[in-house]
Every structure is written in structure tokens, then in C-alpha cells.
Design a protein around this ligand. Structure first.
Ligand code: CA
Length: 354
């Protein structure tokens, strides 16, 4: 009887090892839809680098095919496509979904909110990831940080913005909560797909737009049409998002899940570093190659009005949406603690070293 048990145990062990080996070599081909067009470096190159890491780490067995918006033609349809399982993954920004589900908005960035190091700390160690999964669960998907742009510039304007009146009636492309804030101040706010921004500005469909920062903006040529370039208030730490269909993720072998997690996280940090680098280089070029660009900062009156509108809207939406409130309370509490450290470390250092 004893030897039978031994034989049975051996057989089970052999089967388990064989199954595991099979799982490790399992061929998996996924499709990923980006909100971006083909050439929006470093967003697109970051996704390509993530897919290459996944392929290499899985010995060529886990392949992620990338479709840009040029191909799938639906930059703002990627949430629904991953939800429906047409694509296993997407690369996009969470604040584009404010009209579908307000609870998804706060995971990109918030006006007057955390900086990139503060927000990464919140995501990974301060409860942010847990809240993000809670918000995405009703859509049958997971969300992972997908690369940060750092602090963004406040946008390109045809005319100088001197008073609050100058914002009234102005047609501006600006997504996320910042769009709500400017709408409150009388701006006519719209969101336009990244691939159509220059044409919209050139043709006068809009009077102003914000996109990212010098590294990405200069290449798109906005300065040719709208030379007033304002410093930022609205997107201090724009985190892009990977969206992953829950069912597809559950079907992955355990080691592929870990490979995917590691590749997404590595590519995301790398995009943050790349965009910082490219903005530094492009900013340097503004002084020498683009002297007609007029760099401006909004007046204190305008910033104060933006802050007041921001607070008012946060209260309104928190009263209406419990999960939005939970996320915003978590962000506010974390920011308060982290900002004291940011001040004593970065700010106090920088004020004597500029
Ligand atoms: Ca932006």
C-alpha cells in the first residue's frame, strides 16, 4: 500500500512538472490598442519597449501586437474595446474617461495635485494602486501605471491671457479635471484626439490647446500658430495607463503575468526619464531656435480663481460620487504628508541652487 502511494505521488509530481513546463512555453499572442498615433514618441516607443521586453523575457512565446490609432481609428474607444475583449490591452490616459465613469478620472493627474515622485509613491506604497483597481473592477479590467510626463506646460495660446475675461469664451482643448475647472471659469472646453490637435489649432476650431511639454509639443508645431506658451498648473504628474482585460490576464501562466507586470513598470519609469530628457533638450532649443515663443505664467488672480473653482468642483463631485471622494481624500491626505518632505528635500535644495 505504501509503495502504491509513493508511485501515485511520483506520477502526480511528474504530471505537475510537465504541465508547468508546458505553461512556461505556452504561445500567447495579445493585441494592444493605443490612444496615440503611430509616431507619438515617447508614448509609443515606451509601449514598443514594453512589448519587446515581454517577448524577450518569455523566450519569444508571449507576443503583444500593437495597434496605433491610425489603424484601429478609435483613440477614445480603447476602454470599451478592452472591456469587450476585442483587445487584451490598451495604452491610454485614465482622465479621458470622465464622461463614461468619473471614478476613473483621478488616476492620471489632478490640477494642483501631486508631482510625479509624490504620485508614484502614492501609487505603489500609499494605496493608489488598490484604489485604481477598485475603480476599474466594474469594467472587468486592471490598470497599471503606463509612464509619466512629469509636470506639463499650461498650453499654447494665440493671444496673451491677462485677465479672467480673456479665458471667457476661449475655445480650448484641455482634458481631465482641468477642463472642468476652465469650463467653470467660462472657457469653452473640448477634448480632441491627439492626432488631430495641430489641424484643429491651425484651422481655428480651437483658440488654444495644451498637450504635454516642450519635448513633445515643439515637434507638433503648435508654436507656429499660437506663440504664447504658459507654464503649468493643471497636470503636475500625468500618468498614462495600461488597461488589461481581467479575463485575459487570468488565463496567462503565472510567470507571464509577472513578466508583463515587470515590463510595464520598467517601461513606464523609462518613459518618465526619456520625456524629462527630451523636455530639457527642447527647452534649451527654445531660447536659441524659437525666439518667437513667448513663455508666460498665469497671473496670481487667474491661478487663485482656478484654485477656487477646483475646490468647488472637487466638493461637488465628491458629494455625488463616493469612490471619487475616497480617491480624492486618499490623494489629498497623501499629498499633504509627501509635500512637507518635497519641500524640505527638493524645494529647499533647489531654491539655493538655481
Ligand atoms: Ca496634457
Amino acid at each position: 500500500m505504501k509503495s502504491w502511494k509513493k508511485i501515485l505521488m511520483m506520477l502526480l509530481l511528474i504530471t505537475a512538472v510537465a504541465l508547468n513546463a508546458h505553461a512556461a512555453d505556452k504561445k500567447v499572442v495579445w493585441k494592444l490598442a493605443m490612444t496615440w498615433g503611430q509616431t507619438l514618441h515617447p508614448f509609443t516607443t515606451s509601449v514598443e519597449s514594453m512589448a519587446q521586453m515581454v517577448e524577450k523575457m518569455s523566450d519569444g512565446n508571449f507576443i503583444i501586437r500593437i495597434d496605433s490609432a491610425n489603424r484601429h481609428k478609435s483613440p477614445f474607444g480603447v476602454l470599451d474595446m478592452v472591456k469587450a475583449g476585442q483587445y487584451e490591452m490598451a495604452h491610454t490616459a485614465s482622465y479621458y474617461w470622465k464622461g463614461k465613469d468619473i471614478n476613473l478620472l483621478p488616476f492620471t493627474t489632478m490640477p494642483f495635485g501631486m508631482t510625479a515622485p509624490e504620485q508614484y509613491a502614492w501609487f505603489y506604497y500609499g494605496g493608489g494602486m488598490e484604489l485604481m483597481q477598485k475603480a476599474y473592477a466594474p469594467h472587468n479590467m486592471y490598470s497599471f501605471p503606463g509612464g509619466n510626463t512629469g509636470n506639463q506646460m499650461g498650453g499654447w495660446f494665440r493671444k496673451e491671457i491677462n485677465t479672467l475675461d480673456d479665458l471667457k469664451g476661449l475655445k480650448m482643448r484641455i482634458p481631465g479635471f482641468a477642463g472642468e475647472v476652465l469650463a467653470e471659469l467660462g472657457t469653452v472646453v473640448t477634448n480632441i484626439a491627439p492626432g488631430e490637435l495641430y489641424t484643429a489649432l491651425e484651422r481655428g476650431t480651437i483658440d488654444a490647446l495644451e498637450w504635454v511639454g516642450p519635448g513633445m509639443d515643439i515637434k507638433l508645431g503648435f508654436h507656429k500658430v499660437a506663440p504664447y506658451y504658459y507654464t503649468g498648473w493643471h497636470e503636475p504628474a500625468t500618468e498614462l495607463q495600461y488597461l488589461v482585460n481581467q479575463k485575459a490576464f487570468a488565463e496567462l501562466p503565472e510567470n507571464y503575468k509577472e513578466i508583463l507586470r515587470v515590463a510595464m513598470r520598467t517601461a513606464s519609469y523609462d518613459m518618465y526619464a526619456q520625456n524629462y530628457h527630451e523636455s530639457a533638450i527642447a527647452w534649451d532649443a527654445i531660447a536659441t531656435e524659437y525666439p518667437h515663443i513667448k513663455v508666460k505664467t498665469f497671473s496670481k488672480d487667474i491661478i487663485d480663481a482656478m484654485k477656487a473653482a477646483n475646490q468647488k468642483l472637487l466638493k461637488q463631485m465628491s458629494d455625488e460620487y463616493p469612490l471619487f471622494k475616497e480617491t480624492m481624500d486618499s490623494q489629498a491626505e497623501y499629498q499633504k504628508k509627501a509635500r512637507v518632505w518635497t519641500q524640505i528635500s527638493d524645494f529647499d535644495y533647489l531654491k539655493d541652487n538655481l
